[in-house]
Design a protein around this ligand. Structure first.
Ligand code: AMP
Length: 140
């Protein structure tokens, strides 16, 4: 089973700007983008710029810096989306549900009484994603 980091993945192309995305945050450590197949309205991903495959191989100091951003973005998502809670998820390896092998955290807003979509179940239009991204950016 492969377990090393391969820079040839969709998130490195997004970080490089070679593939379009709806960015809500960017600094020297990470980018945060709208997930194109959201499990709920406002589902975003936080992706470190420095390559790591997943939680298993990431440098702990890099992870600590990344988690500061994850918290800041989660707070902005919860507030701007008026969510009741936040589900934070990170999948390491295929058996755990990982499909893109560049470390990322999912920030998934949870709304009382609303069921979430399954992973990869629903694709949302670019217009919708752009509108939500704008909304979240304003809270950051
Ligand atoms: P995981 O399955 O945990 O590795 O998460 C990968 C996530 O990346 C999934 O939720 C996908 O919907 C999302 N995804 C894949 N391609 C893109 C893309 N081009 N832009 C934004 N999100 C993407």
């Amino acid at each position: 089973m492969p377990s090393s980091y391969d820079p040839n993945n969709i998130f490195t192309k997004i970080i490089a700007g070679d593939i379009p995305s709806h960015k809500i945050f960017e600094d020297d450590v990470c980018v945060s983008i709208m997930d194109i197949m959201p499990e709920s309205r406002g589902h975003v991903l936080v992706v470190p710029k420095k390559g790591a495959r997943n939680l298993i191989d990431v440098d702990p100091d890099d992870l600590a810096e990344l988690m500061k951003r994850v918290q800041k973005i989660a707070v902005a998502v919860k507030k701007s989306m008026r969510a009741d809670g936040i589900l934070l998820r990170q999948s390491s390896e295929e058996v755990a549900g990982q499909t893109v092998y560049h470390l990322h955290f999912h920030i998934i807003p949870c709304y009382a009484g609303q069921r979430r979509n399954r992973h990869g179940e629903v694709e949302v239009s670019n217009d919708d994603l752009a509108e939500i991204a704008e909304h979240i950016r304003a809270a950051l």
